[in-house]
Each structure stands twice: as structure tokens, then as C-alpha cells.
Ligand binder design. Structure first.
Ligand code: ATP
Length: 318
């Protein structure tokens, strides 16, 4: 993918790019967020996971300044989103969950139009906007650039959404279920794009997804939101060590397949080799996956132990 020129940090975002403290959101008499805390650093990819209705979109919309919170302290690029002005907004990129109604526009025409909004906000540190044709190539839409958006497939429209999200070369990019409807190749290209934005441009990325494999591939840090709180915060590896789960050992001996679950895979495998040595083939050890962690944490919430899970997590991360 072409066209991702680096831009240096713009000075006023030292420290956390996103900082959320005791965030609460109440719809009517229902508390959806009951005290959410997290931060995101420059260049970090943070993935927000959680069941349907957990409050992921609500959280992101509050950070984007589209929704007023009920309580708590939120700081995004040095500003309270409730008070963010146009210049602040120009530093954000947003890919919402639902399609926008741009059907009558042609792809290049729409992106060129969007790009013009960002031109006044170019700085010495950040050349805005991106070159539109390079951007179209980056999201793999070159051969569709002159088509009306209504004539594109669902996955191609989603690529347009992603292009709109990054046309202004954002310092912070919000992606709400960005790959819904992507085919496997588009998904892989998108993952490459996210890595390049974070690594080469130091873009901070906050995304939601229901695809745990995607979260594991993309995220420097995973947050699991359940029962109105963050019940897990860490890399996929760190989270795997926070749940008690047996490793699964698989092997073959004399052509026969064996499987065994054990809390101490190393000791078990040592013993296996001591007994059968060269007869052992096709050895595999599978540790707790992100799916195991997710299921455990969300199940604790569903069985009414979310507060315990959140407290346990807070204790462990101190
Ligand atoms: N404007 C609103 N008024 C009242 N309730 C709302 C409103 N928006 C969201 N909710 C409720 O708040 C809860 C959280 O919704 P939200 O869309 O933030 O969840 P989510 O984690 O993004 O879910 P999903 O994974 O399904 O996208 C849901 O129970 C939803 O019904």
C-alpha cells in the first residue's frame, strides 16, 4: 500500500492521547457505563471488546464528542470532547458502525470533497489532507474511483468509510467494527494498513470488533468491557496469564492421536518424553487463547461477578 508519509508528533499530546477516568453513562434509568477507566498512548492500537450492548459504541461516541457523558473525566488529544472545536475534530479520524448516506457521490469526488475540510488544519508537523489518489490506492479502490458509491458492494463501501476516516491524516483514529463485511483479502489489507498507520505515522487507534482473531492480530492492548466496567486490560499474552486455564497437549504415538489437559504443560511434556522418547511425534501445546479469556471474563459478568472481575483485575494490575 502506498502513500503513508510519516508526520512527527504535534507537541501538545505528550503522555496519554486518550484518558478516561470513572466514565459513567446512564440512558433513562439504565446505567450502561458504571465507571470506566483506561488510557491510550501515542501510536498504540487499543481494541475494545465486549458483548452486544456492553457500551463500546457509547464509549467511542463520548470520546468522539458525539455523545454527552453522565459523569467522569475524559481527555482526548488534550481536550474534553464535550468542548472540542473544529480544529480538534480535524485531528480525529472516525469510522462509524453504520454506513453513511453518500450513495450519489462518486468515490474520488467524495474523498476530494472531504479532503478539503482538512486543508486549513495542516501544520508543519502534519501535512493535511492526504493525496486522494494515493489514499484510494491505499484502500484498494483505484478501479472503482469513478463509480457511484451506491454501485459499490458492502465491503467496498466499508473501504470508502475507512478512507474517509484517514483522509485528514488523523492523530487519533476511531474504528467501530471496521472490517464488518470485508472479504479475507480486504481484511488482511486493512490489518496491514492499521499496523502501518500506528508504526509509520504514530497514529493512535481505538477500535471495536467482535472478531477476537482480529483483536489479537491488531491490538497492542485489549480492553474487555462487561457489566459497565473494564474487566480486563492488557496484551493478549498478559490476559491469557490472568485466567486459570489448563493447557491442552496433543501428540501422536505409534500413529495414534492423544490429547491431555494439564495446568503444567512443561512438566507433562518432560514426563511424556521420558516415557516414550522418539515414539512421540506431532507434539502441540495450546495455551489459553483470547477467546478463552474473553469467555471467562464475560461469563463472570453474566453470572453477576463483573464487579469481582473488575476488582480482581485492578488488584492484579497495581
Ligand atoms: N440513544 C440511546 N438511548 C437509550 N439507550 C441506548 C442509546 N444508545 C445505546 N443505548 C443502549 O445502551 C447499551 C449500549 O449500547 P452500545 O451501542 O454502546 O453497545 P455496544 O457495546 O456498542 O453493542 P454492539 O456490540 O451491539 O455494537 C445498549 O443496551 C443500548 O440499547
Amino acid at each position: 500500500m502506498a502513500g503513508l508519509a510519516p508526520h512527527p508528533a504535534s507537541g501538545d499530546t505528550e503522555g496519554a492521547v486518550v484518558s478516561v477516568r470513572d466514565l459513567r453513562m446512564r440512558y433513562g434509568d439504565v446505567d450502561v457505563l458504571k465507571g470506566v477507566d483506561f488510557t491510550a498512548e501515542r501510536g498504540e492500537v487499543v481494541c475494545l471488546l465486549g458483548p452486544n450492548g456492553a457500551g463500546k459504541s457509547t464509549t467511542i461516541e463520548i470520546l468522539e464528542g458525539f455523545r454527552m457523558r453522565s459523569a467522569g473525566a475524559v481527555n482526548v488529544l488534550g481536550v474534553d470532547p464535550a468542548k472540542g472545536d473544529e480544529a480538534w475534530r480535524a485531528r480525529l479520524g472516525i469510522v462509524l458502525q453504520s454506513w453513511r448516506d453518500h450513495g450519489k457521490w462518486r468515490v474520488r469526488e467524495l474523498l476530494a470533497h472531504m479532503a478539503r475540510f482538512y486543508a486549513p488544519y495542516a501544520t508543519a508537523a502534519a501535512a493535511r489532507p492526504r493525496d486522494v489518489d494515493e489514499l484510494i490506492a491505499t484502500v484498494g479502490l483505484t478501479e472503482h474511483a469513478d463509480k457511484k458509491i451506491s454501485a459499490l458492494s458492502g465491503g467496498q463501501r466499508r473501504r470508502v468509510d475507512v478512507a474517509i476516516g484517514i483522509v485528514g491524516k488523523p492523530e487519533l483514529l476511531f474504528l467501530d467494527e471496521p472490517t464488518a463485511g470485508f472479504d479475507p483479502e480486504a481484511r488482511r489489507d486493512f490489518h496491514d494498513l492499521v499496523h502501518r498507520l500506528a508504526d509509520e505515522e504514530d497514529t493512535t487507534i481505538v477500535l471495536t470488533t467482535h472478531d477476537l482473531d482480529e483483536a489479537e492480530k491488531l491490538a497492542d492492548r485489549i480492553l474487555i468491557l462487561a457489566g459497565g466496567r473494564i474487566v480486563a486490560d492488557g496484551s493478549a499474552d498478559q490476559l491469557a496469564t490472568q485466567i486459570e486455564s489448563d493447557a491442552e497437549v496433543k501428540w501422536r504415538r505409534d500413529g495414534q492421536k492423544f490429547v491431555h489437559s494439564t495446568p503444567d504443560a512443561a512438566a507433562f511434556v518432560r514426563e511424556l518424553f521420558a516415557q516414550y522418547g522418539d515414539d512421540i511425534t506431532d507434539l502441540e501445546v495450546r495455551r489459553a487463547t483470547l477467546e478463552d479469556v474473553y469467555m471467562t471474563m464475560v461469563h463472570r459478568h453474566e453470572t453477576g461477578h463483573a464487579d469481582d472481575a473488575a476488582q480482581e483485575f485492578t488488584k492484579e494490575s497495581r
